[in-house]
Design a binder for this molecule. Structure first.
Ligand SMILES: NC(=O)C1=CN([C@@H]2O[C@H](COP(=O)(O)OP(=O)(O)OC[C@H]3O[C@@H](n4cnc5c(N)ncnc54)[C@H](O)[C@@H]3O)[C@@H](O)[C@H]2O)C=CC1
Ligand SMILES: O=C(O)[C@@H]1CCC=N1
Length: 273
């Protein structure tokens, strides 16, 4: 499906790096099919060294070479990038934007009649365990959707949803790895506090999250039922869970997702103004 296709990236920061890492590990494309653009020579050298991909400081060369063009710059500068690429795009170039908060409406107002797919991935695409949600623009056909779905499904789970879910998706799965890394770091500190080595504690914390997440996905059981299986009457787990409930961890997580969702909504509004 992607044979002979060139994939361009405008912006080669954290998310572009995670995505390229994942699609190369999945053998979806070869490094010579990827061309990466950035304003930072250091970033380009890093990407060429790590992946063997083609790199260029020229936005024009990237746009001209790409059959599929990923916009992987910060939302705050996307308007300038859209202005720069608009006159260079061929009508058949498929544009994939992953910029948080930037709506298909904003993208299509600058890129007239161009097939666009908006995606909210997350950094675990780097290890083949990403969660990506796609929304199709008005000029993106079914085959465009399938192509982008193939790319993101090769690096984790990928689904197509209505665009109006995107801010919530950004608050939950897009930003979610950030929350989980905080949890793993805190659990590691906790292990150290009760006398474990930091090295062992980190592995135990991360593997525990991984295992619990896998159980939810593979058994299809409600997490509350799985939690009940851990809590023996008068035992250790319920003693720990009691503290989590007292400290409002559940409400804190709900508030975190809500705050990130609101921030995504604000970013879209700002960029439109
Ligand atoms: N980091 C994450 O977990 C996720 C990020 N995103 C989205 O991905 C996009 C990129 O985010 P990150 O990779 O985290 O940001 P980043 O700051 O790590 O990378 C952005 C890159 O763009 C480059 N850049 C700046 N101006 C440029 C220009 N005019 N032309 C070409 N390159 C330019 C920068 O030098 C930098 O390397 C954002 O829109 C963000 O909303 C989406 C999902 C998750
Ligand atoms: O923090 C951000 O704005 C980006 C979008 C989703 C995750 N990181």
């Amino acid at each position: 499906m992607l044979q002979n296709k060139k994939i361009g990236f405008i912006g080669s920061g954290a998310m572009a790096e995670a995505l390229i890492d994942g699609i190369l590990k999945a053998n979806l494309v070869t490094p010579s099919q990827i061309i990466v653009n950035d304003i930072s020579q250091n970033r380009l050298e890093h990407m060429a060294g790590k992946f063997g991909v083609l790199t260029t400081l020229s936005i024009k060369d990237t746009v001209k070479a790409a059959d599929i063009l990923f916009l992987t710059v910060k939302p705050q500068i996307i308007n300038g990038v859209l202005d720069a690429i608009a006159p260079l795009l061929s009508p058949t170039t498929l544009v994939v934007s992953i910029a948080a908060g930037i709506t298909i409406g904003i993208l299509e107002s600058k890129l007239i009649r161009i097939p666009i797919v908006r995606v909210m991935p997350n950094t675990p695409v780097a290890v083949g365990e990403g969660m990506s949600v796609l929304a199709l623009g008005h000029y993106a056909g079914e085959e465009n959707g399938e192509l982008v779905l193939t790319i993101f499904a090769s690096v984790g789970r990928a689904i197509i949803m209505d665009e109006n879910a995107m801010d919530a998706v950004t608050g939950l799965s897009g930003s979610g790895p950030g929350y989980v890394f905080v949890l793993i770091d805190a659990l590691t500190d906790a292990g150290v506090r009760v006398g474990l080595s930091r090295q062992n504690s980190l592995v135990m914390a991360a593997q525990t999250l991984l295992g619990a997440a896998k159980m939810v996905l593979e058994t299809g059981e409600h997490p509350a039922r799985l939690r009940d299986m851990v809590t023996s009457p008068g035992g250790t787990a319920i003693a720990g869970i009691h503290v989590l409930e007292q400290k409002g961890v559940r409400a804190a997580l709900i508030d975190a997702v809500e705050a990130a969702t609101k921030r995504s909504q604000e970013m879209g509004k700002k960029s439109h103004g």
